[in-house]
Design a protein around this ligand. Sequence first.
Ligand SMILES: Nc1ncnc2c1ncn2[C@@H]1O[C@H](COP(=O)(O)OP(=O)(O)OP(=O)(O)O)[C@@H](O)[C@H]1O
Length: 486
Amino acid sequence: MLEVHNLSGSYGSKNIFSDISFKVEKGKILGILGPNGCGKSTLLKVISGIMPPSGGKVIIDGADLNEYSPRQLAKKMTILPQLSASSFSNTVRETVSIGRYPHQSGFFSSWQEEDEKAVKKAMRQTGVEKYEEHTIDHLSGGEQQRVFIAQALAQASNLLLLDEPTNHLDIAHQKQILDMIRKEVMQNGLTVVSVFHDINLAALYCDELLLMENGRVKAFGAPHEVLLTEQIMDVYHARISLQAHPEQPKPQMTILPDLQEQQEKMITDNSFSIQQEYVAFRSAFPLRVLSSAVHNAGLGWYSTFINRTVEPQYDIENVKEEFWQYIIEQGFSPTNTIGMMTAVDTGNAVLKKYETDFGEVFVVVTAGVGSAVDVSQSYKRKNVFKVGTINTWVVINGKLSDEAFVQAMMTATEAKSKALAHEEVIDRISNTIATGTPTDSLLIAATQQGQYFQYGGPITEVGQIIGRGVFEATVEAIQIYKKGDS
Ligand SMILES: Nc1ncnc2c1ncn2[C@@H]1O[C@H](COP(=O)(O)OP(=O)(O)OP(=O)(O)O)[C@@H](O)[C@H]1O
């Protein structure tokens, strides 16, 4: 569809970009990324024919850009430049209608039903129908942007060149416009080349990305090939971190601010309180937590954790909502609290403290093993939900990598299973040594200050403490449970 060969562009003698080559297939979206002033808009202007190249060529559908007349080109390709601050006295409808110009033999003289349909469809797609008779200068920046996108769509060409199409748009309209463009691409074979400042939106919506630096191509490829942590940090001179998008197989980045903490933050025993109704952990600052809790599971930052006692017959349809209410009633913040539940008396919780070279590590365990299960034999039983459970917290004064968090979960789980074996806890169905209960929960929390741990396996410095601590606390908690049970 679009081929760019060794393209260069300059303003007079000032060279802006050089030797840029890439191809975009029909029905694809290419995103152009790069820092301010690296030449993205100028590249778009040269591709569209607004500016002549200083070298190289642009091929559209097999023919050189120069071979098209301006009207032919306007039917092939539409450019939506960056929105300028100039004032416009045309109505929305008139502005969108200008997009039909290449399809007229004389301006407005041969207005056809097809033109009317295209204008109406474009206004509907961009949600500007309701402003149809308003003049552009009476619209907000975001509304104006949508009108110009409508104008570009009304032109109904096969190639759309967009310069920051989501500029000025709120998140709902960013999503609406980009979803709509993606749909046009997929259903009608539209091809799009778009400049983006928002790297996450570009990764989410584009098939391929072209990353520019100082007028040159730094990288070209699928989003996961171009968005590499070191590469982005290098080009933009900003610290970032990349994660997976929660729904799409696309990378997303987060800026890492260079904010210096004034004080060293430490967790001490004062943060824990063990009561009959619940075990609570309260910190003056949030910790990074990975957990399988009932409330706020997953990876996040939280300052409070609670492990509450519920009736053994606790069976509520909407557990999440009930837990949310409970947290509020106890005076905690539901968005800042991790919540677990157990049928055992939390007054029997075991709290253990381990002094290490890097700081203190705390382990808290409540254990109810009435419904203990051997994981290797569990396929033999029906899936019966019981609240009798082993809940484990590990709180570390240290900084864990993502690998270390996951490995810490594994290390703690293995230590728990070893404790059950040590206490000869039996799976009553299979009559074999149990490895846990059907509903165990685990929480690993770290202050993310002080010593850094890349790994958390059993023989790492932090893993050794986790292994020993979870084993000892679980053995003790099981012994207390057995005493109460007998
Ligand atoms: N009309 C012009 N005459 C001379 N230099 C210009 C002109 N327009 C832009 N430039 C310069 O060309 C360089 C590239 O500008 P361009 O607008 O292409 O960058 P960009 O990557 O789109 O930047 P941004 O992200 O800030 O929009 C900049 O240094 C800019 O100052």
